[in-house]
Ligand binder design. Structure first.
Ligand code: ZN
Ligand code: ZN
Length: 250
């Protein structure tokens, strides 16, 4: 089949080649030089664990066996989360930590398009009726220091991959909170209590909202965000993250 694509592809390759002379592409996780941009070196790629079904219908915790549609894990049965579902692309572990932290603190941002695609695949059909993607906000002082909000970059990447509209500042942080890493589950809940608010004049009544963040750990932060959205009348609140820790892991 005849196509005009090769010309464009060659131009793109030339452009990429010129850029590579200046900046050799780096592995998203370890920073080693790699052949292609948007990529990981082979050892880092092999260390990643992509999460897939079967999993808890609510929080997405992977199951070893398929227990049928709609099955919930023990934790979701005991205390249903305030969000309706959560899905993550990767297991947060030794294998993915470099990737996640490089994106959060290390200015290694060129993986965003791939992350958006991974997250879209992880959430699959759950995105079908979503109206809005909303990143978990950073406090403005922390934003000044860090220069970007990794959750917002992920929301935009997922927006491009899925076609769903992004509302980057729909949720706002009312006060600075200590890093969640310093607390256990109960402390994390208290730490973020009342920390979020809807942007003045914003409305989510009757809408299906997807919260986007980099890592889901205990879920205290996204649950607090979900509480604000539900109180404002959101019909459904889902959570999509790049990675999640599994129970009993940091
Ligand atoms: Zn690497
Ligand atoms: Zn669950």
């Amino acid at each position: 089949m005849l196509s005009f694509a090769p010309a464009a592809a060659i131009a793109r390759r030339w452009g990429t080649a010129a850029l590579n002379l200046v900046l050799p592409p780096r592995c998203l996780a370890c920073g080693a030089e790699v052949e292609a941009s948007h990529g990981l070196c082979a050892p880092c790629w092999r260390k990643l664990t992509f999460l897939a079904e079967p999993c808890c219908a609510c929080c997405g915790l992977p199951f070893a066996y398929d227990l049928g549609d709609g099955t919930l894990c023990g934790a979701c049965l005991r205390a249903p989360p305030l969000y309706d579902f959560a899905r993550a692309a990767l297991r947060y572990d030794e294998g993915s930590r470099g990737l996640v932290l490089g994106f959060k603190h290390g200015d290694r941002l060129h993986g965003a398009p791939a992350f958006g695609e991974w997250m879209r695949r992880a959430a699959g059909a759950l995105l079908a009726e979503a109206d809005l993607l909303v990143p978990v906000p950073l406090h403005r002082l922390r934003l000044l220091k860090r220069r970007y909000n990794q959750a917002a970059l992920l929301a935009h990447a997922l927006g491009r991959a899925s076609g769903i509209k992004v509302a980057p500042d729909l949720l706002q942080r009312r006060r600075r909170t200590a890093s969640q890493g310093e607390f256990g589950p109960e402390g994390r809940r208290r730490n973020v209590q009342g920390a979020f608010a809807l942007k003045r004049g914003a409305t989510v009544a009757g809408r299906s909202v997807i919260l986007v963040d980099d890592v889901l750990t205990t879920g205290a932060t996204v649950e607090e965000c979900a509480r604000v959205l539900k109180r404002a009348g959101a019909r459904r609140v889902g959570v999509v993250t790049l990675a999640r820790s599994l129970r009993g892991e940091p």
